[in-house]
Design a protein around this ligand. Structure first.
Ligand code: PYC
Length: 444
C-alpha cells in the first residue's frame, strides 16, 4: 500500500484558527462597529501539478479528512476538489440530525465517536456550529417496531450510550405536540429515547472544516470536476477492478499527479470509483426534504417515525425541517415532487394534527448512495492509493467528523483503523455485512 507515513512528522494537533484574533469576540465587536468585512474563510488557488493527497468531494467528509490530515498528522500538501461548491452536495442538503443510537455494536461505536467530535467542534474549529443536544425520539407504532427499539436500546446501553425505551406518557411529557392518544391510525406505543441526539448547523460544520483546513495549508478547489483517475497496471479496462496503482487525476482545470486519492463523494460515489476501475455495490436514490414557515418554538426534540416514514425537528429560526425515505427509484435527478409533499404532510399531521395550518415554504432533494446493508464503504480498495469513504445512504452528515478523522489516520499510517475495519469493501464478498437497516431513520 502507498502510505503517507513518510510524510508525517509525528502525530500532532494543530489549529490555525482556534484562538486566532481574526475570529475572536473582539474581532466580532470591532467589525460590528466599523462595518469592516470578514476575511475570506478559504482562499482560491492555482491548481498545482502535484499533491501528496487529492480528496474528491468538498463536503463534510472530504473537508474533515483534509483537516485531520493536517491537524493530526501534519500532512498539508492536500487538494480538496469539488465539481460544485463547498458543502453544496449532501452536506448542505441534509436535515442536520446527529445521533449514535444505532443497531450494531460497530455502528454504535463509530457514530458515538462522531457525536464526541461534534460536541467539541465549536471549540476545536472556533466556530459556532449551533449544536443543540435536544434529545432524539424514534417512535414505535407496532409491536415489531417496539421490539427493534428495545434491541437497539440494549445494544446502545452495552456501549455506554444513553438510550432507552419510554412509553406514551413520557413521550407526551417530552413532546406535548405529538398525538399520543389511542385514537390514531397508528397509535404510538413507545419510543427509543436518545438524549444525546440532536441537531447541528450543517453549513457551519462545512465552513468550519473548510476554514480550519485552509488555515493549515490545505487547498480547496471549487468548480473543479474530476474527469478521470489515472491508474497504472491492474485491470481497469476489464471492469473487474483488479489492482493497479493510482498516479493522478484529470480535472476540468488540468491534470494532477498524486499517489493517494480519497473518494469522499456522495451521489456520484460509484461513478468516481468506476474511474479507478473499482465497482461498488451502490445504487443512488434521491432523498427529499422540506421546510415550513417559521413559528414560535414548540417542538423540543427530534422526532422520527420509521412506520410513518418521517423525521422532523424545529430549527432555531422556528422552521420545521422534515425528511422521509429515499424515492423508490434510482436516479441522479434532484427534483422535488408533489407526491412527496402530499405524503409527507399527511404523515406529519397524523403525528401532530395541531400544525395543520402551517405552510410549507420549500422542498429540495439530495442524492443518497445506498449499500445493501445500510453501512458505508470505507478504507482501502483493490487499487493501491485509491481509498473510499462512500455509501452514506441517508446518514452521511452525522458521520462526517469521525469519517474524516479515521480516513486521515488510514492515509497517514497505511493501516485500517479499528473503528472503520467493519466497513471495508471486502465485507460484501466475505459475507460479513453490518446490517443497519433497523437503525436507519425511516423504513426504506
Ligand atoms: O439516520 O438519523 C438519520 C437520518 C436523519 C435524516 C436522515 N437520516
Amino acid at each position: 500500500m502507498t502510505t503517507m507515513r513518510m510524510l508525517t512528522t509525528g502525530i500532532r494537533r494543530r489549529s490555525a484558527v482556534s484562538g486566532s484574533a481574526r475570529y475572536s469576540a473582539a474581532g466580532l465587536i470591532k467589525r460590528g462597529i466599523t462595518g469592516e468585512s470578514w476575511p475570506r474563510a478559504w482562499r482560491d488557488h492555482e491548481l498545482k501539478s502535484s499533491y501528496d493527497v487529492v480528496i474528491i468531494g468538498a463536503g463534510v467528509h472530504g473537508l474533515a479528512a483534509a483537516y485531520y490530515l493536517a491537524a493530526n498528522h501534519g500532512i498539508t500538501n492536500v487538494a480538496v476538489l469539488d465539481k460544485g461548491y463547498v458543502g453544496g452536495g449532501g452536506s448542505g442538503r441534509n436535515t442536520a440530525i446527529v445521533r449514535s443510537n444505532y443497531l450494531t455494536p460497530e455502528g454504535v461505536a463509530f457514530y458515538d465517536r462522531s457525536l464526541t467530535l461534534y460536541n467539541t467542534m465549536a471549540g476545536d474549529l472556533n466556530i459556532n456550529v449551533m449544536f443543540s443536544e435536544r434529545g432524539h425520539l424514534t417512535l414505535a407504532h407496532t409491536d415489531s417496531a417496539l421490539r427493534t427499539m428495545r434491541w437497539r436500546a440494549e445494544v446502545n446501553k452495552l456501549q455506554g450510550i444513553d438510550s432507552n425505551v419510554i412509553g406514551p406518557d413520557e413521550i407526551k411529557a417530552l413532546t406535548p405536540s405529538l398525538d399520543t392518544s389511542a385514537n390514531t391510525r397508528y397509535p404510538i406505543l413507545g419510543a427509543l429515547y436518545h438524549p444525546p441526539g440532536g441537531t447541528i448547523r450543517h453549513d457551519a460544520v462545512n465552513w468550519g472544516y473548510a476554514r480550519a483546513a485552509n488555515a493549515l495549508g490545505v487547498q480547496i478547489h471549487q468548480n473543479t470536476e474530476v474527469t478521470d483517475i489515472v491508474v497504472v497496471g491492474g485491470e481497469r479496462e476489464s471492469g473487474r477492478g483488479g489492482g493497479g496503482r493510482v498516479t493522478g487525476v484529470r480535472t476540468t482545470r488540468g491534470d494532477i499527479a498524486t499517489p493517494i486519492v480519497l473518494n469522499a463523494t456522495a451521489g456520484w460515489a460509484s461513478l468516481i470509483a468506476a474511474m479507478a476501475g473499482v465497482r461498488l455495490p451502490i445504487t443512488t436514490h434521491p432523498l427529499q426534504a422540506a421546510v415550513t414557515e417559521p413559528v414560535k418554538v414548540f417542538l423540543p426534540t427530534v422526532v422520527v417515525s420509521g412506520s410513518l416514514h418521517v423525521y422532523v425537528s424545529q430549527t432555531d429560526r422556528g422552521e420545521l425541517v422534515f425528511g422521509a425515505s429515499v424515492d423508490p427509484f434510482a436516479t441522479y435527478d434532484m427534483r422535488g415532487s408533489l407526491d412527496f409533499t402530499e405524503e409527507l404532510a399527511g404523515h406529519v399531521l397524523e403525528l401532530m394534527p395541531g400544525i395543520s395550518k402551517m405552510r410549507l415554504l420549500r422542498q429540495w432533494a439530495g442524492l443518497c448512495d445506498m449499500t445493501p446493508d445500510y453501512s458505508p464503504v470505507m478504507g482501502f480498495t483493490p487499487v493501491e492509493g485509491f481509498l473510499s469513504d462512500v455509501g452514506w445512504g441517508t446518514y452521511g452528515f452525522k458521520a462526517g467528523p469521525v469519517s474524516g478523522e479515521q480516513m486521515a489516520e488510514c492515509i497517514a499510517t497505511g493501516r485500517t483503523p479499528k473503528l472503520i475495519a467493519p466497513f471495508a469493501l471486502e465485507r460484501f464478498t466475505a459475507g460479513q455485512l453490518v446490517g443497519e437497516k433497523g437503525a436507519a431513520a425511516v423504513g426504506h
